[in-house]
Design a protein around this ligand. Structure first.
Ligand code: DAH
Length: 342
């Protein structure tokens, strides 16, 4: 019996040396350790061994079994490691000292500005809302206190669909739906693409982006408006920004303002960029008109709020010194790929 055990071990070693794949290892395991494997048969033969030797021989066969199992497992493990090492070696090499040879995509400057703004407003407790590009007369005008034939519509001619819907001219078009969705109190910003029937030049496009915002609560006043705008703009431009309000007319706010910021180029002293005034016009805003709150299902006796409509395209032009608004939609990769991915 001892000889048989030795012989089996030798046979196993010979075949082991030839087993190179997982399948070959499995076949080897079956032929030695499977139900009808040679070691299993040997164990069965134990009943013919004389009683006084049974324990010793049994021990030898078990040792053989454990050792064969161990060898197969170790061989399988090393196969797995090799497969992993091969995968790593064949993967594309990473070399931190080489400049990238592959062209890299970059975000559109408006996306960058939008993400900046969203981050800042979210940190001040605002939610970010989405809205349609195609809407209707009610949302774009009527709900904003701009009835049919109101002269304010003249500045916002747009593209109409045959079914009477239209491409929104201003992100304010989402105000009504958002008020109805959340009720008061609410803090929301809603960036979006707007369309107007414009003759294009360096400062005008038929397609542009705005970022609208609303804050509605008890006792909201103009000082809240100034505080939020000043904080937000200082963050966007990464420096202390002074703001001033001038009266401005928009039917959906009362009072309405044009918010100016101190000129980014001269810091307020006066230069050609700010036409020597020291100020740049940036963001129309105001206290939400009671009619607009009522249309949104909010009681103007109980709640007040401010709204603003930041020209995101204009902001991107200021932030990055882009002189021609048409560059944004030009698809000109030479212009657009200069912006950082951050
Ligand atoms: N929607 C206006 C426009 O596109 C901008 C605007 C003005 C938005 C005042 C506001 C606001 O929310 O309060 O001309």
């Amino acid at each position: 019996m001892e000889n048989k055990i030795k012989e089996l071990k030798e046979q196993f070693e010979l075949r082991m040396a030839e087993a190179l794949t997982a399948e070959e290892l499995e076949a080897l395991r079956v032929s030695f350790l499977g139900k009808k494997g040679q070691v299993t048969e040997l164990l069965k033969g134990l009943r013919d061994v004389p009683a006084e030797k049974k324990k010793e021989v049994g021990q030898l066969i078990n040792d053989l079994k454990t050792s064969l199992e161990g060898e197969i497992e170790a061989a399988e493990e090393s196969l797995r490691n090799k497969a992993l090492a091969d995968a790593i070696n064949n993967a594309k090499r990473y070399n931190p000292t080489l400049p990238s040879s592959e062209p890299k995509g970059s975000y559109h400057p408006i996306t960058l500005v939008q993400r900046d703004l969203e981050k800042i407003f979210v940190s001040m407790g605002f939610t970010v809302e989405d809205y349609f590009e195609v809407t209707d007369d009610y949302n774009c005008f009527e709900a904003l206190n701009i009835p049919k034939h109101h002269p304010a519509r003249d500045m916002q001619d747009t593209y109409y669909l045959e079914n009477g819907q239209l491409l929104k001219t201003q992100t304010s078009a989402a105000q009504n739906a958002i008020m109805k969705k959340y009720g008061a109190p609410l803090r929301a910003i809603f960036p979006g693409r707007c369309f107007r029937n414009e003759s294009t030049d360096a400062c005008h496009e038929n397609t542009f982006f705005q970022m609208e915002g609303m804050m509605i609560d008890k006792d909201i006043s103009i000082s809240n408006l100034i505080y939020f705008m000043k904080t937000m703009l200082s963050e966007v431009f990464e420096r202390e920004i002074n703001v001033r309000l001038r009266p401005g007319f928009f039917p959906f706010v009362e009072p309405g303002f044009e918010l100016d910021i101190s000129c980014l180029i001269c810091g307020g002293k006066g230069c050609p960029s700010c036409k020597n005034s020291g100020w740049l016009e940036l963001c129309p805003c105001g206290m939400i008109h009671p009619n607009v709150l009522t249309a949104g299902g909010i009681d103007p006796e109980e709640y007040t709020g401010f709204a603003f409509g930041l020209g995101m395209t204009r902001l991107a032009m200021m932030k990055y010194g882009i002189k021609d608004i048409r560059d944004f939609n030009s698809g000109n990769l030479k212009a657009l790929s200069q912006f950082e991915n951050n």
